[in-house]
Design a protein around this ligand. Structure first.
Ligand code: SF4
Length: 335
C-alpha cells in the first residue's frame, strides 16, 4: 500500500494505529540523536527562541520538525510524558504545524485507554481492526527484539549498545517494518553465533535514552555491561498481550515512576544486576524521581546527568569509574 506520508512522533504512541492508517511514523527523538550533528540542532532551537533551560530532546525535536521536509503532522502527547512536550506541541500549533494528540490515562484504566486508542484511530481516519492487524504483523518483530534482549542478559552475547540501539528503534520500527525485521534477523544470526563474553559487572540503565554518544562503549571498556535498558526495553513491548489496549497498558513509561519501578525490580532481579545507572536529562522533571528510585531499589544507584548531545564529560567518567570500583569491591566481599 502506498504510504499517505510521514508523521512525526515525539514519544512512544501506538505506532500500529499510525501504520494501520497508512502513514509512516517517524520517532523524532531518534532522528535527532542519530543526525549528523545533534549538537547543532539543539543550539539552533535556542537561537530560534527555545529557552536554554529546556531539555535538549525538546530542542532537538523542535529543530527536526522545522528542518525536515514532507512531514504530514506531528503526534504530541498531552498526558503520559512531560509538560515540556505539551508546551512544545502548543508551539507547533501556534506555528501552523498540523498536530494530532494522544494521551495515556494516568490511572492506567483499561476503558480509558481503550477510548483513547479508538479516538486516536478515528483522528487518523482508521479503525481499531486495522491497528490490530498491524499488531499481529509486528508480533514476530517484537519476538525477535525479545530474543536480542535475551541474548544480552542471558547469553552474554549482545553488547549494551546493541541492546539499546535495537530496542530504542522499536518505537517506530525505523519507519520500515519489513526492512527492520530483515536487518534484525541478520543481527540475531550474527550475535547468536558469537562466543559468550560475560561482563565483570552487570548494570541496569534506567531513565530516558542517553544524550551521551559513548556511554555504552565507555562502560564496556571498564568491564561493565548494561544488561537491562529500562525504557528502551519498554519501547520494544516484549510482553505477550492479547490486544492493543493490553499491550499499551503493559508499557510502563507513561504511568509514573512507581509503576515503572515494579517492573524494574522484576527485571534487575531476573538479570542478576549488580548496580543501576540512573540517567537524568538536565532540566527534566524525572530528576525529582531519584529519591524514590534510591528508596525503592535494593541495589547501588548512580545518578548521572546529561545536557547537550556529545561525548561523556570527564567528571561523569570519573564518577562512573568510582561507582564501578565500589561494585567490584562489593562483589569481592560477597555483599
Ligand atoms: S527528557 Fe524529560 S523533559 Fe525532556 S522530553 Fe523527555 S521527559 Fe520531557
Amino acid at each position: 500500500m502506498k504510504s499517505k506520508g510521514k508523521i512525526g512522533i515525539t514519544s512512544t504512541v501506538p505506532c500500529e494505529v499510525v501504520y494501520g492508517a497508512g502513514y509512516v511514523p517517524i520517532d523524532l527523538n531518534n532522528l535527532f540523536i542519530s543526525s549528523d550533528d545533534p549538537f547543532r540542532l539543539a543550539e539552533s532551537a535556542e537561537s530560534k527562541g527555545i529557552p536554554r533551560n529546556y531539555c535538549a530532546w525538546i530542542k532537538g525535536i523542535y529543530s527536526i520538525v522545522h528542518e525536515m521536509d514532507g512531514l504530514s503532522a506531528v503526534i504530541g502527547m498531552t498526558q503520559g510524558d512531560c509538560a515540556n512536550n505539551y508546551a512544545l506541541i502548543e508551539n507547533f500549533i501556534y506555528e501552523g504545524v498540523p498536530v494530532i494528540t494522544f494521551s495515556y490515562p494516568l490511572n492506567r484504566d483499561v476503558e480509558d485507554l481503550n477510548r483513547e486508542i479508538r479516538r486516536f484511530c478515528s483522528r487518523l481516519d482508521t479503525d481499531i481492526e486495522k491497528a490490530e492487524d498491524m499488531r499481529l504483523q509486528f508480533k514476530t518483530i517484537r519476538a525477535k527484539l525479545a530474543e536480542l534482549d535475551r541474548l544480552t542478559w542471558q547469553e552474554d552475547k549482545a553488547t549494551g549498545y546493541e541492546n539499546h540501539q535495537w530496542l530504542v528503534a522499536s518505537s517506530d520500527l525505523n519507519g520500515e517494518p519489513e526492512k527492520f525485521e530483515t536487518m534484525l534477523s541478520d543481527m540475531l544470526d550474527r550475535i547468536g553465533s558469537r562466543t559468550a563474553s560475560p561482563p565483570e559487572i552487570r548494570l541496569a540503565y534506567m531513565g530516558v535514552p542517553p544524550i551521551f554518544s559513548d556511554i555504552y562503549d565507555f562502560l564496556e571498556e571498564q568491564g561493565a555491561r548494561v544488561v537491562y535498558n529500562e525504557v528502551q526495553h519498554q519501547f520494544s513491548m516484549p510482553y505477550e498481550a492479547d490486544g492493543l489496549v493490553a499491550q499499551y497498558l503493559e508499557y510502563t513509561y507513561p504511568y509514573g515512576i512507581l509503576t515503572r519501578l515494579k517492573r524494574i525490580k522484576e527485571e534487575v532481579g531476573k538479570r542478576r544486576v549488580d548496580g543501576i545507572v540512573h540517567y537524568v536529562q538536565s532540566f527534566c522533571f524525572h530528576q525529582l524521581e531519584d529519591p524514590v528510585v534510591r528508596g525503592t531499589l535494593d541495589l547501588p544507584v548512580l545518578r548521572i546527568e546529561g545536557d547537550k548531545p556529545g561525548r561523556l564529560d570527564s567528571r561523569t567518567k570519573v564518577r562512573m569509574e568510582a561507582f564501578l570500583e565500589t561494585l567490584r569491591d562489593k562483589g569481592k566481599r560477597g555483599v
